[in-house]
Design a protein around this ligand. Sequence first.
Ligand code: DSN
Length: 415
Amino acid sequence: MTYETVAAADPAVAEALEGERTRQNETLAMIASENHASEAVMEAQSSELTNKYAEGYPGERYYAGCEYADEVENLAIERAKELWGAEHVNVQPHSGSQANMGVYLAMLEPGDKILSLDLTHGGHLSHGHPANFAGQTYEVEQYEVDAETGYVDYEGLADIAEEFDPDIIVSGYSAYPREVDFERVQEVADDTDAYHLADIAHITGLVAAGVHESPVGVADFVTGSTHKTIRAGRGGIIMCDEEHADAIDNAVFPGAQGGPLMHNIAGKAVGFGEALSEEFDAYAEQTVTNAKALAETFTEHGLEVVSGGTDNHLVLVDLRPSHPDTPGKDVESALEEAGIVMNANTVPGETRSAFNPSGIRIGTPGVTTRGFTESTCREVADLITRVIDDPNDEQTVAEVAARVDELTDEYPLYD
Ligand code: DSN
């Protein structure tokens, strides 16, 4: 893709777009929720479908001229069904948060009860944080990870559920490095007669490729975003059994949204098609292997890896034991200067603020798309550790930046 047409019409925007492409090409995207969509996905997202209103669902639209919108949406739905094995799929949510909103709207009344993982323990805003609509509309209680092991405290979850009597229990997390035991959460949901929403936003691609246990067929509802490990461009998705299909569809439209973003749904269709390949399965497996290589190398360097390792695409490092005077933001800034873009993150038992927390979260979906393997990731862990050890040393940052330049040249991304 080129931005020649944008440049002729609007040089200021074209300059920013070129800047972003260069930034992505010349840095390592290690924010665990980010990835690099293929040029085919991005081309579909920038198609004429951006102009089309298609309220409703394929075959039942409120506007004329929807034949191609129908075709694209049906392709996205069919491919999603094949990828995740769900009975019913809604590909219209604009994001993962909108997908969660769709489930809440479908199944809960205002004031009903949500039981979810605390944000500082790896949960998500849309699981009921007070600053989010979910926290403002529903009564929320939260479970935690075990302070010693860093694994979800399933016993604690069961105890809280018994007392709180939730209407819905949310599993699936944003900063949790371990395999989620969806069956275990479902047992608690069964015991308390609650619905179970599994939010697999981070691990959609890992689940699709079979490298993480699937909640489809276990939980009542499975939500996700489509731009993280699945690499299908911006958006959200909801999966459920046929019995909840109408409730979910009505909650998404007209409940939560108006016209679907048909251009993004085209991106989803293309990305899901790509994810049906064996090549994608290998990619997902490599993403996890790479995260394990990062975790092992950090541990060898004396850093505290939350839960002692990882089963998925991300590693969470608690800086407090090894670097008590180094807040996460200092590391985030220094690494950004060196061309490694990740984020400061809260850790279980957080003692600093959410804005400048005690940990960092590092993900491998983006660098694995670039072609990185274990050995490259071990070297990246060495580079990250050098910066953690001395975030204010300009020489160190410059040396790491020079090596990142070489790596990004060696593993090119977009033309
Ligand atoms: N903001 C995303 C993340 O970084 O985990 C989740 O929506």
